[in-house]
Design a binder for this molecule. Sequence first.
Ligand code: URA
Length: 224
Amino acid sequence: MKTAQKETKYGNLAVLSHPLIKHNLTVMRDKATTTEVFNLALKRITYALFYESTKFLPTEDIEVETPIKKTKSSIVSKNIDVIVAPILRAGLVFSDIAQALLPFAHIHHLGMYRNEETLEPIWYYNKMKGKFKNPENTYVFILDPMLATGNSGYDAVHNFVKQGIKEENIVFMSLISAPEGIERLTKAYGKIRIVTAQLDETLNEKGYIVPGLGDAGDRIFNTL
Ligand code: URA
């Protein structure tokens, strides 16, 4: 799948640029779109987000025998651990495709909701797989469709950095991002990677992305 990267003023930020991604995003933005169609459009974009997010994973060569001859061919390195960390609840929408593409990944749920007045995250769940045995070689993919204020994103990244995971091995993957959220994350953690399908204009006074698509969790789970 070919995805072009846009030049932006932020360091490790990849904004996907592709007619089909734009098309599906337009479907998702439309407030008349049903939950069923919204989730279908999101799935189509999710594959592209994951291929971009995982492209720096280390590989190794193994020997494989095709029906024609033996050859060297590469696989994802066996010496790494991969953590997929959806921020509940909207981040769950990426989980099934994460498990399809990264079947060896450990799923680490991060439960946070936002205080509607302060816009600060309140933690209620942090389910990880024991202690990291190999933090140097652990790769983390934090999933949240909307990177808005960056407050919960900051907490999520901090949760892994404080356990010894290298910033450059952490990807924050979102569907739509606001400049405010990207600034918040990259100012604190300059080496993390951010992969998003769309950089929007700004946030409104309630911390929603403008123009955005509204409350992603409500639209994904039909709780409007
Ligand atoms: N969370 C959402 O679901 N939507 C936004 O616009 C911002 C945060």
